[in-house]
Design a protein around this ligand. Structure first.
Ligand SMILES: [Zn+2]
Length: 291
């Protein structure tokens, strides 16, 4: 798969009616979603809006991926589709203006129906046996839905395969910083997609593996002087030199442990880091996310 003129050449194409006309975007993120649906045909018509003969005038995405691995592109990547709604990621607000939205056909969570079966977001019922024969599910809680255990139907291998190829093609064409979930950028606090059945880590590492831009999230030191330690607690000795990082130092966070981050210095003030690599642990309260 390759992106040509903001479209993946290998996919089926039709233009949704639901996009911001006259506005172009430069994608920096990919937001992953599920459709809360069971039928690719219905979900495709819905996301196409009037162009698909549906009454939906409010939502869309760039791509829909079905359970058999077939995918449809319904908006060019440089157009603003309507998938993320009110949203924020660090200092970036309104993800629709900065992100490509990929919808995976999946009903999302189902709640127990009180009779040994399950009921989905739209009120459709399914028995445990039906869920099992449809590809299985996992059980997990999500406080945005309630306190009880929910059934989350699994994604298919074919669907995840196609989705990975699409993400790689996009990452080759645009400086994608990160693949994120709708749940983590949604500011209304009720979105739960693509849910625990989605293998997020394997998608995030796809973009890392491709090595575009920085693979690691970058931060600036916001404290005037920030202790750099040998471990994730104040009991660890300072890493000396430099002992402390100056305000404005740019670092990459290689991993996190509780409130602590293991960082590598990229640039100290305006000076690029030359020579020896400086790494150590800092308290993450004094790190400000950069994009
Ligand atoms: Zn979503």
């Amino acid at each position: 798969m390759d992106v040509v003129n903001h479209r993946i050449d290998a996919l089926w194409h039709k233009h949704t009616s639901n996009y911001s006309q006259g506005k172009t975007i430069k994608p920096r993120f990919i937001v992953m979603h599920y459709t809360t649906g069971w039928s690719a045909e219905n979900n495709l018509a819905w996301l196409l809006g009037r162009a698909g003969g549906s009454g939906n005038t409010e939502s869309s995405a760039h791509i829909l991926v079905g359970r058999d691995g077939k995918a449809w592109q319904i908006c060019p990547f440089n157009r603003r589709a309507w998938h993320a709604g009110p949203s924020r990621l660090g200092t970036v607000a309104d993800l629709n203006s900065h992100a490509i939205g990929i919808e995976l056909l999946n009903p999302g969570w189902l709640k127990p129906d009180g009779h040994g079966g399950w009921v989905d977001y739209h009120g459709n019922r399914r028995s445990t046996r039906q869920l099992q024969s449809d590809g299985g599910y996992l059980l997990a809680r999500n406080s945005r839905v309630g306190s009880g255990e929910l059934a989350w139907p699994l994604y298919t291998d074919a669907q995840l395969d196609t989705s990975r190829q699409i993400c790689l093609a996009i990452a080759r064409a645009y400086p994608i910083h990160e693949i994120v979930t709708h749940e983590e950028v949604d500011t209304r606090g009720w979105k739960t997609d693509p849910g625990p059945a989605f293998p997020l880590d394997s998608f995030r590492s796809l973009v890392d593996d491709y090595g575009r831009e920085s693979a690691q999230p970058r931060y600036k030191v916001s404290a005037s002087r920030l202790n750099l330690r040998g471990g994730p607690a104040t009991s660890y000795e300072l890493v000396d030199p430099p002992g402390q990082l100056q305000q404005g130092t740019l670092v990459e966070a290689l991993r996190h442990e509780g409130d602590w981050a293991y960082v590598q210095v990229v640039r100290e003030g305006s000076r690029a880091q030359a020579g020896a690599t400086v790494t150590g642990w800092v308290h993450s309260a004094y790190l400000q996310r950069q994009w």
